[in-house]
Design a protein around this ligand. Structure first.
Ligand SMILES: Cc1ncc(C[n+]2csc(CCOP(=O)(O)OP(=O)(O)O)c2C)c(N)n1
Length: 584
């Protein structure tokens, strides 16, 4: 049910409806929209601070421009909630029964006012340059507006986009939404230049944007609706590329989010009054275990440098930074730079340990291949990934396939704490080549480590049977064991193997299985096309062994729960046991 039938927002069914609103009404609209962001995020999670800070800019855009003839392209699009409310999707914020009707990002399948499915940073400028060129080629009209945050400017793609945008000979407006934060602190020299511009009310001589050739406008308070409307009116229909630099407050209107910007960049459900999470994270985490080990190894004299690209909170890296500030590097949202710097560090004799989410690591494919692997440098990459219920913009299932295409990288998959530590210690003290380690997903399983040396790929037999062998990679070792237990109850004793590496086969083990088995089943927590299972299938291609590969299908799933995905992909003991029986 609509929780706020009295809201002015109820009168808005399309953006043009707000053009008749008075200034006090527009301000009321902004405060209603903030309240709706807070209520929805507090109930079901979502991006808080970015949306609260961008409300005036969003309303002013729709007040001044004519969407969709004028097109706005949101960077990341995590702060497009207000835009969604004004473009026909308000029920998804007013009515909790409809909270899940819209995605957390811009979605062309939801609205003609959204142009790209996007969740990764730093893309908006290049997308907008392309859209502007297409408009010109087709002889069409309309403004093209890119809306990019200060944090996202640190991505190489943003710099490349700006470089090409600046020489465009037609309309293009780039709003730089400067809230002085990425998820965490911004990194790099660019941010002093932005600070100088803010301090001088946009007058500083060292202007990064004008040097590139842009016309430059500055708004000292981007949360002042009137100022934002005036600024947009000034740049509307410009015939050359313009930067509109606006100074906004991340979390505006909600004190807990202003006080703790990183915590409220995105939040799990929270108590609206206090800002406290409804469910406190409990128990041990793999991130903590890794931080403790790195701390120990630094103290033992290892020249470790822990690195990441603008997502330190995911890995508890602030803790490491506090203890070892000179051994910590956040490169900003610069995954490519992060990997290439790691290659430099390894060459120089340091031990770089890069922390990255599978979904963002894919941006650095060439750096992994050309800079790290081709030079065969002992860089360590700790990867967060796996099948999850998230947005199609943030799937963590392509890491095994893309790492599998690159020679020299050993992609290890521990299934428990003991194996994780054994692999990390080996990588830190012995490995001579690039090593990636998939961090298992919670909860922490203690386990025991059967190996200390992961250079030769050696699989372990954890349960001996016959006819069928289950190869459970990493986290799915447990799934393999449970499936075997279920089959045992039905009178079938099957073999379970822990492969450890997603990229390196233990050919002796695989050959050994041929004597007593005729079906090998591979299980991996990633997209199966080009993955671990495909290597095993290739190995047995000219042999009598039948092979079944299980993992995620090659598709962009969107906000489907993990449990449902496991069902769809038959990654449950029951469904696997059934398939195995049918395939014998
Ligand atoms: C390629 C990529 N790397 C990392 C992220 C994670 N991420 C999401 S938002 C964000 C910070 C963006 O900062 P900014 O552009 O200033 O926007 P704000 O949230 O402050 O409004 C980061 C690092 C991502 N979405 N995409």
């Amino acid at each position: 049910m609509n929780q706020h039938p009295d809201y002015l927002l109820n009168k808005v069914t399309r953006p043009a409806d707000i053009k008749a609103f008075s200034m006090p009404e527009l301000k009321q609209l902004a405060s209603e929209m903030r309240q709706l962001v807070l209520e929805k995020d507090a109930a079901i999670s979502g991006h808080v601070g970015p949306n609260l800070g961008a409300m005036e800019a969003t309303i002013a855009f729709h007040y001044v421009f004519d969407s969709p003839k004028d097109k706005i392209i949101w960077d990341i699009s995590h702060l497009a909630y207000g835009h969604k409310m004004l473009t026909g999707r308000k029920e998804a914020f007013l009515d909790p029964d409809h909270y899940h009707d819209v995605s957390g990002y811009s979605a062309p399948d939801e609205s003609e006012h959204d142009f790209f499915t996007v969740g990764h940073t730093s893309t908006s400028v290049a997308l907008a340059v392309g859209m502007a060129k297409a408009r010109d080629v087709l002889g069409q009209q309309g403004n093209i507006v890119a809306f990019i945050g200060d944090g996202s400017l640190s991505g190489g793609l943003a710099f490349e986009g700006l470089n090409n945008a600046s020489v465009l000979k037609s309309n293009l407006i780039i709003v730089v939404n400067d809230n002085q934060m990425s998820i965490a602190e911004n990194q790099g020299g660019l941010y002093q230049a932005l600070a100088d511009l803010r301090a001088s009310n946009g007058q500083a001589k060292n202007n990064f944007f004008t040097v590139m050739g842009f016309d430059y406008h500055y708004v000292s308070d981007g949360n002042d609706l009137k100022a934002m409307i005036t600024a947009f009116e000034e740049v509307k229909d410009s015939t050359s590329p313009v930067i509109l630099h606006i100074n906004t407050l991340k979390g505006k209107g909600y004190q807990p989010a202003v006080n703790n910007k990183e915590r409220f960049h995105w939040s799990n459900p929270f108590d609206l009054k206090t800002g406290r999470l409804l469910k406190q994270p409990s128990g041990e985490s793999y991130a903590q275990i890794i931080m403790d080990e790195l701390d120990k190894q630094v103290k033992a004299g290892q020249p470790i440098v822990a690195m990441n690209a603008a997502i330190p909170g995911t890995f508890k890296l602030h803790e490491f930074e506090a203890k070892h500030p000179d051994r910590y590097l956040d490169t900003g949202i610069a995954e490519q730079d992060c990997l290439t710097e790691a290659a430099g560090l390894a060459k120089g004799g340091a031990k770089p340990v890069v922390f990255q989410n599978s979904t963002f690591l894919q941006r650095a494919y060439d750096q992994l291949s050309h800079d790290v692997a081709l030079n065969d440098l002992p860089v360590i990459i700790m990867v967060n990934g796996g099948i999850n219920g998230g947005s199609k913009t943030h799937l963590g299932i392509f890491d095994i396939p893309y790492l599998n295409t690159i020679p020299n990288i050993n992609y290890l998959h521990p299934s428990n704490q003991a194996e994780l530590l054994a692999m990390l210690r080996w990588a830190l003290t012995k490995a001579k080549h690039p090593v990636a380690i998939r961090i298992p997903s919670q909860p922490v399983v203690l386990g025991t480590a059967l190996q200390e040396d992961f250079a030769p790929s050696h699989y372990d037999l954890v349960r001996e049977g016959k006819t069928v062998a289950l190869l459970g990679l990493g986290k799915f070792a447990q799934l393999a064991v449970k499936t075997a237990e279920l089959l045992a109850k039905k009178g079938r004793q099957v073999t379970v193997v822990k492969p450890y590496s997603a990229t390196n086969l233990d050919e002796e083990c695989l050959s050994g299985l041929e004597a007593k088995h005729r079906l090998v089943v591979t299980l991996e927590d990633a997209s199966i096309v080009g993955g671990f299972g495909s290597l095993v299938s290739q190995f047995y291609a000219d042999k009598a062994m039948k092979v079944l590969n299980y993992g995620a299908a090659k598709k962009f799933t969107d906000n489907i729960s993990q449990a449902e995905l496991y069902k769809q992909f038959h990654l449950t003991p029951e469904l696997l046991a059934q398939d195995i029986e049918e395939n014998l």
